[in-house]
Write a protein that binds this ligand. Structure first.
Ligand code: EPU
Length: 419
């Protein structure tokens, strides 16, 4: 079991560059199933979830070649429609294979996907969308058996603004002639990045970035070259880490358009930052003051749920009382018991809301990472804390953050990894 050992109290200072967006990379990798042609993906983040998706593609029969840097070439036909169960079990994003496998093989057998335990994470929205496109999905609880005999375009209205269900619908509809509309669609930048790829492959997609999309597919989708958009969650995470340590951090390769809601919240808490140019920003030291207002996650373009855990750590460093509310995931907030063990003054009101009283001097502790985003939040807390912290179960953090240790060391953090 890997652990991070962190000696807190060092300001983060220097330059750091954002990696490719994990949640764009995963559906785009799944999209390579839609063609046998060569697909070149650039700026692919070197993280565990991407490794798992690449292993799934290899298992299905694809050839995967790592080119220089973070570029990967994927080509060839798939040889089966039942991905390896143990790999599927490793992450929730395995569900993204369902749409492309149906498109290419007319059938798919998938075990229920694994991943971070954040609460009830239903797949009904996926099934409804794929069924509208002609799929028949039977589940005995242990396996999803999906078949599609007469694929057809559809007018889909999602019952939840689900990111991966929107992506699954796009992935299947990309191979179906005629226009499919998806309303109440997710509008995150990663959904837009997948839409860009599907356009390069030959589908016609309109409305990406809004909650009403249309897609007209093609029977013969082609290969593509695509650079994955930078990860706005990582950008927000590093902004918070810089502000919490009272550091001076220059963050490169950001897309300010993807940070608008985050910047509103960060300004509200008196974080000091400024855009340097179109793709860089700097975070400067400043006293953090809570506005005594509610900080709430919402579907895009609202404040992202994946940044709620780091935001709670930020609130522990701000003067005043902050109410943090994540309505999406039932278990997102439970990690605050670890912050409390570090000395934070946090009241868990109910599974979705916490009150944070700040500022508090956090103390180093031995902790275990419960999920990816809570894990990175604990890293930030440990960077601020007095003394040494040990964060166990660090593999969970590797799932979503590329080379976190050397990159944080590069900006002055005293952090190391021990196996
Ligand atoms: N939900 C609702 N109502 C809604 C929208 C969502 O109840 O209107 C519930 C859903 O039932 C679901 C949960 O909220 O259980 C999350 O929604 P969604 O289905 O969009 O989640 P997802 O597609 O499974 C993706 C990301 C997650 C991210 C969520 C929300 C990928 C591969 N995963 O998951 O990323 O938290 O969207 O933005 O894109 C992460 O990166 O750490 C991560 C968990």
């Amino acid at each position: 079991m890997a652990k991070f050992v962190i000696e807190g109290g060092k300001k983060l200072e220097g330059e750091i560059t954002i990696s490719g967006n994990k949640n764009a990379a995963l559906p785009i990798l799944a999209a390579t199933i839609l063609t046998d042609d060569e697909c070149v993906i650039e700026n692919l983040p070197a993280i565990k979830d991407v490794d798992t998706m690449l292993a799934l593609l290899r298992d299905l029969g694809k050839t995967v070649n790592r080119l220089h840097g973070n570029h990967v070439l994927i080509k060839g036909a798939i040889a089966k429609s039942a991905p390896d169960r143990a790999l599927v079990d490793k992450m929730r994003a395995s569900i993204l294979l369902l749409g492309p496998l149906l498109a290419r093989s007319g059938e798919a057998t998938l075990g229920p996907p694994g991943g971070c335990v954040l609460g009830r994470r239903a797949v009904g929205t996926h099934f409804d969308a794929l069924s509208a496109l002609g799929a028949n999905i039977i589940t005995d609880g242990d396996n999803y058996e999906a078949k599609i005999e007469n694929p057809r375009p559809a007018d889909i209205f999602l019952d939840e603004v689900s990111v991966t269900a929107t992506e699954n619908a796009l992935l299947l509809a990309a191979s179906i002639l005629g226009e499919t509309s998806i309303d109440n669609a997710a509008c995150e930048p990663h959904v837009g990045d997948l839409a860009e790829v599907l356009k390069k492959m030959g589908a016609s997609v309109h409305g990406a970035g809004s909650n009403s999309m249309t897609i007209s597919g093609s029977k013969r989708l082609r290969g593509f070259t695509h650079r994955i958009v930078p990860d706005h969650i990582e950008a927000g995470t590093l902004m918070i880490a810089g502000a919490c340590t009272q550091g001076h951090l220059i963050i490169r390769d950001v897309r300010p358009a993807h940070l608008r809601m985050m910047m509103i919240y960060f300004e509200r808490i008196d974080m000091k930052f400024r855009l340097i140019d179109d793709i860089s920003l700097e975070v400067l030291p400043a006293e953090l003051i809570s506005p005594s207002r509610k900080f709430q996650t919402r579907p895009w373009p609202g404040f992202p749920t994946d940044l709620m855990s780091p935001l709670i750590v930020l609130a522990t460093q701000a003067r005043g009382i902050t109410l943090c509310h994540d309505w999406m995931f039932e278990s997102r907030m439970f990690f605050v018991d670890k912050l409390i063990a570090m000395g934070a003054n946090v009241t868990l009101c109910d599974p979705h809301r916490v009150l944070v009283y700040g500022p508090t001097q956090l103390r180093g502790q031995k902790l275990s990472s419960p999920d990816l985003r809570a894990g990175v939040a604990l890293v930030i807390a440990a960077l601020v804390a007095k003394g040494t912290s040990i964060i166990e179960n660090a593999e969970l953090i590797d799932r979503g953050y590329e080379d976190l240790i050397p990159r944080l060391q590069g900006v002055g953090a005293k952090i190391e990894r021990r196996e």
